[in-house]
Design a protein around this ligand. Sequence first.
Ligand SMILES: C[S@@+](CC[C@H](N)C(=O)[O-])C[C@H]1O[C@@H](n2cnc3c(N)ncnc32)[C@H](O)[C@@H]1O
Length: 217
Amino acid sequence: MIVDERITAYINSLSIELPLYLSTLEKEAVKEEVPIIKKETQSLLRFLLAMKKPAHILEVGTAVGFSALFMSECMPKTCDITTIEKVEMRLVKARVNLKNTDKADKIRLLEGDALVVLKELAEKEGERYDFIFMDAAKAQYMNYLPEVLRLLAPEGLLATDNVLQDGTVAQSRYGITRRDRTIHTRMREYLYTLTHSEQLVTTVLSVGDGVTLSIKQ
Ligand SMILES: C[S@@+](CC[C@H](N)C(=O)[O-])C[C@H]1O[C@@H](n2cnc3c(N)ncnc32)[C@H](O)[C@@H]1O
């Protein structure tokens, strides 16, 4: 946890109750150690969707479908969500969860490696998103970025989760275990690229495990 635990608990106590099916899914995911978005990130997404009112959302990293379903509860009625996942164990649950909702016709699950799927989407004419939520393999964010930027509409918003990795990104490279150094280097490179890109205006927030918000200029 990056922010003081007591403050986070208090802020979370103010968050709006989820519909029963979502809070059940959230509990199951936590119990089974599926890494879904935290309460703080839920509040941020809810706010961003209310502000941005996107028409097309793209999510990289479905897991069991919790965040896609969460966003479907907050998005405008005419909005749709495309979400990408490659791990079969997660897909088995995501397929069921994303079908068992009255918003099923608004949610498209694309199965496969995100880099491949993103490239295919970027090559399709007219495939553009005004809200992209990046929440997949952290070490791959740099590889996804060129395709994500192609897919992001002008003035579109890119939100990336888990960018501070429990605060370890801020530590010196030498304080990081050898095992985690590659991810540490790659995440720093990703953060530097987002914050210094001429195409983007980016802010880094210490919400949840760290979230960046980038607007395409
Ligand atoms: C943090 S979880 C996503 C959580 C989800 N957004 C939520 O909050 O409910 C990241 C997901 O990305 C998936 N993932 C990792 N590498 C991937 C890849 N190369 N292509 C597609 N999905 C990938 C993992 O299997 C995992 O389910």
